[in-house]
Each structure stands twice: as structure tokens, then as C-alpha cells.
Design a protein around this ligand. Structure first.
Ligand code: ZN
Length: 194
């Protein structure tokens, strides 16, 4: 049986000029405890990046899905399935988000939008629409800092919880627990903190 969501998502890849396809970091609670002997193949601090060496095949990240999974972080789903996960980085509204939402609605394709404080403050109606139309709205921090330069747990947490509070006040709903590191910068310490 065909899956309309899946078909819609595939079609959108070439349909939207504003589309950003990027890694989806998803932190489940809590990450498994690490031991001193656990292999640390995730770089100590890194700029996240993907390459697309083979058409029709999964992209390759600069840390492997297995290594990231140690910390509850993901960029690939079930690779035996031909499914694309559409994720959008919403640092500010430059006029294309509503067109994206229209296209997603037309194709019945759920997506994930990673918002920062400025986006919620400046375009609350659009953020409410994301929530109302069943998309994942994820945490991209309040101020979009380089989180890998923040070693203090309280400061790290505040970037996430301040955004959660603003989102809850704006939409009346809790923000999802999906988190995308701003600027693609992350560290092993950040992954543990998240
Ligand atoms: Zn960003």
C-alpha cells in the first residue's frame, strides 16, 4: 500500500526553493551512561556536515550514525526505507515559510522546523501554524550561539529552556524535545548535556 506522506515528502525535495535538508538531531531522554572505555569517534568539537556521494543513497555525516546514537543523536532513520526527513532551520522569517507550509500541506508531508527565539518573537502566527498543522517544532536555542563554546551546564540548559518557555507561551503547547545545535557546531560534551 502506498504511503501518501512518504510520496509527498519525496516530491518536495525538488519543489521548494527554500528547503533546507539537513541533519535531524533528536535527543531522547536520557542518553545511555558512558564508560571510560566507550569509543569516542565523535570529534571533541566539530562542525556538523553532510555529503551526498551517491545519488539515491543515504548522505554521509562527519560522524557516523552509530557514534551519534551513543548520545541519543540521529541524522539517519531506518535506511532500509526510502524516506526523507524534511527539516528546516528557522533562524528568522524571510518570507518563504508560509509558502513552505502551503506546499507541505498540499502534499500531506509532515516536516520539522527548528526555531530560535527571534523567529517566535517576530513571526508568532507562523510558528502557531507549524504547530497547528502537525509539524514537529524543535529547539534551535534562544540565541543561536555556538553551543560548543558553552561548557557551563546551567548556561547550556538556559538556551534550551528559555526557548521552550517562549514557545509554550506563544502556542499553548509544549515544545518538542528535538534539538538542533546552532551553526552545526557541537561537541561530545554538548551531546551529553543535551
Ligand atoms: Zn541555525
Amino acid at each position: 500500500m502506498s504511503n501518501p506522506n512518504r510520496r509527498g515528502a519525496m516530491a518536495l525535495v525538488s519543489a521548494s526553493l527554500c528547503l533546507t535538508l539537513a541533519a535531524l538531531f533528536y535527543f531522547t531522554a536520557p542518553a545511555p551512561a558512558l564508560t571510560a572505555s566507550a569509543p569516542i569517534a565523535v570529534p571533541a568539537a566539530a562542525d556538523w556536515g553532510l555529503s551526498f556521494p551517491t545519488e539515491g543513497e543515504s548522505p554521509v555525516g562527519n560522524a557516523s550514525a552509530e557514534d551519534l546514537a551513543q548520545y541519543g543523536a540521529y541524522y539517519l532513520g531506518d535506511t532500509s526505507q526510502k524516506v526523507l526527513y524534511l527539516t528546516f532551520d528557522c533562524g528568522y522569517e524571510n518570507g518563504c515559510t508560509e509558502a513552505i507550509l502551503d506546499a507541505l500541506k498540499k502534499h500531506n508531508a509532515p516536516a520539522a522546523f527548528f526555531v530560535v527565539g527571534h523567529m517566535i518573537e517576530s513571526a508568532p502566527d507562523i510558528v502557531r501554524r507549524m504547530a497547528a498543522e502537525g509539524h514537529i517544532v524543535g529547539n534551535h536555542t534562544y540565541h543561536h550561539p555556538d553551543m560548543s563554546s558553552i561548557s557551563d551546564m546551567a548556561a547550556f540548559q538556559k538556551e534550551l529552556t528559555d526557548l521552550e518557555t517562549l514557545y509554550q507561551e506563544t502556542t499553548g503547547q509544549p515544545l518538542s524535545k528535538f534539538y538542533r545545535p546552532p551553526q552545526g557546531k557541537y561537541s561530545v560534551e554538548n551531546l551529553k548535556q543535551a
